[in-house]
Design a protein around this ligand. Structure first.
Ligand SMILES: [Zn+2]
Length: 489
């Protein structure tokens, strides 16, 4: 690196840190503005410098669902053993660089969302940040249209893959139960260490897949001997591609009403000490659904791979699991709570975003596991539709709702187009009893009020409110609106 280049990087670091200080005084843009300033002055080449300031390095977490929860739990675990900087709900390099500007810490933990290759720059980000870990939660089809362009699933998977492609050292962490992340891992095994995590529990997803799952190697249909959650399970293909034995797994799940107990077991490679670590211990966790079991397992795998104190693993995981409650879930995510309806009857409401087929299905499964019985005959579903051109997401949603078979589906537009919502409703009502509320996107308050009213006036004991919707604003307001029905009792 030439002298002028290194001066440029230093200047950028100073300006970035200064703006980090300034944004602390204000609010709002603090998560990405300092990074933006840094990149304006310093250019991309300087980011490697920042990343080298971390003693162990950077770990980037990506996937379709569960990124934020996984990042938060990973940060909670690692912060007990070492000094870290972290950033969640970030989709840009600016946000990651803002995190890196913290300076003197051992590890950086960053969530990075990738929708497609055009809008994200996964391989550039990987080259700039030079991570020692890339972590995959899962890959499901979503956002089949991004910024008005078709985004085929193959391109979407390829974009996720590109985030770890430039890595020549460190660990790639993949979900063994998800054939797509396993595929990324199998190819990556050629040049780095790959760690797989997976479930080994009795609980089974008996509802049909939301669509055929193709072998990522040869495009034939995959055959499942067991499914834990939609396309995640034990699979194989005639070409020889199959679910690998996980290095770290959760076994012996016993589910109580509020708390679950599960065994953490396996042999995992620890990067800072360059050693293999054997683990076998029980933990108690909140009863938060199979999807969160995956998030927890992914976080534990990441933590165990990168903690500089592997001797602490059992103690730290137990401590953190005692602290975890549902408040760790991001505001839009699915939560279950009690409300009183108009007749002062108790009603159990499951509410939160499920903007792709996999997420909506996880929400339904969580509700069923929580109640512990078949709820179809006493359930109303308030379905927030996808937008125009998102037919594939709708198909996935529909198949999950059909397998739930609720007594009624109230259809409301989840995104901008009311006409698209009406079209989806016309298809949906051929399979399920349904009605339609053409509420406009512009009048969001009215949309929220109507949904709350539907919850309050429904004669059914269980309500599921899910589907698409503008991330946190709508779900946050809707939840607080519905929870006020709790208190008014
Ligand atoms: Zn195959």
């Amino acid at each position: 690196m030439g002298i002028s280049q290194s001066i440029r990087c230093k200047t950028a670091e100073t300006a970035g840190k200064l703006s980090k200080y300034l944004t602390k005084l204000g609010s709002g843009m603090g998560k990405s503005f300092p990074g933006y300033i840094y990149l304006r002055i310093g250019k991309r080449e300087c980011v490697k410098d920042l990343s080298r300031n971390l003693k162990i390095g950077s770990v980037i977490i990506t996937g379709t669902n569960g990124k934020t929860t996984t990042t938060k739990i990973t940060a909670l675990l690692l912060a007990k053993d070492t000094s870290i900087t972290y950033n969640y709900e970030s989709n840009t390099i600016n946000a990651i660089v803002t995190g890196l500007l913290t300076g003197n810490v051992e590890l950086g933990i960053f969530e990075y969302g990738i929708r497609d290759v055009k809008n994200a720059i996964p391989d550039t980000v990987s080259k700039m940040v030079d991570p020692v870990g890339v972590v995959y939660t899962n890959v499901s089809r979503e956002h089949s249209q991004v910024s008005g362009r078709k985004n085929p699933f193959e391109d979407y998977l390829r974009a996720k893959q590109l985030l770890s492609t430039p890595m020549k050292r460190g660990i790639v962490i993949c979900n063994a139960d998800d054939p797509r992340t396993t595929y990324i891992g199998k190819i990556k095994e050629n040049d780095t260490l790959v760690t797989y995590y997976g479930l080994d529990i009795e609980l089974e997803d008996k509802t049909p897949l939301t669509g055929d799952v193709f072998c990522p190697m040869c495009k034939e249909n995959l055959v499942y001997s067991k499914r834990y959650l939609n396309h995640r399970g034990i699979y194989r293909c005639s070409c020889g591609f199959s679910r690998p034995e996980p290095d770290l797994k959760l076994t012996q799940l016993s589910s109580g009403e509020d708390r679950w107990q599960v065994n953490v077991e396996g042999e995992i490679f620890n990067y800072p000490t360059d050693q293999k670590i054997s683990l076998d211990f029980k933990v108690e966790i909140p009863a938060f659904g199979v999807h969160n079991l995956y998030n927890l397992l992914c976080a534990v795998a990441t933590y165990a791979s990168f903690t500089p104190h592997p001797e602490n693993i059992q103690k730290t995981v137990r401590e953190a699991c005692d602290e975890i409650d549902l408040s760790i879930l991001p505001p839009g995510r699915f939560e279950i709570f009690n409300v009183k309806d108009k007749l002062m009857e108790n009603k159990l409401v499951g509410m939160g975003q499920g903007d792709n087929g996999d997420a909506l299905k996880a929400n339904i499964q969580f509700m069923e596991t929580y109640v512990g019985k078949d709820i179809s005959s006493d359930t109303a579903f308030i379905y927030n539709t996808p937008d125009e051109g998102e037919d594939e997401i709708f198909e996935d949603h529909l198949s999950s709702m059909i397998s739930l078979n609720p007594s009624i589906v109230h259809v409301v537009p989840g995104r901008e187009s009311v006409e698209a919502a009406r079209n989806y409703y016309n298809i949906l009502k051929k399979s399920l009893p349904a009605d339609f509320y053409p509420l406009s996107h512009e009048d969001m308050e009215k949309r929220i009020d109507k949904i709350r009213e539907l919850v309050e006036e429904s004669p059914f004991k269980y309500m599921i409110v899910s589907g698409c919707g503008p991330e946190q604003y709508m779900w946050g307001n809707l939840k607080s609106g519905c929870k006020s029905l709790q208190e008014s009792s």
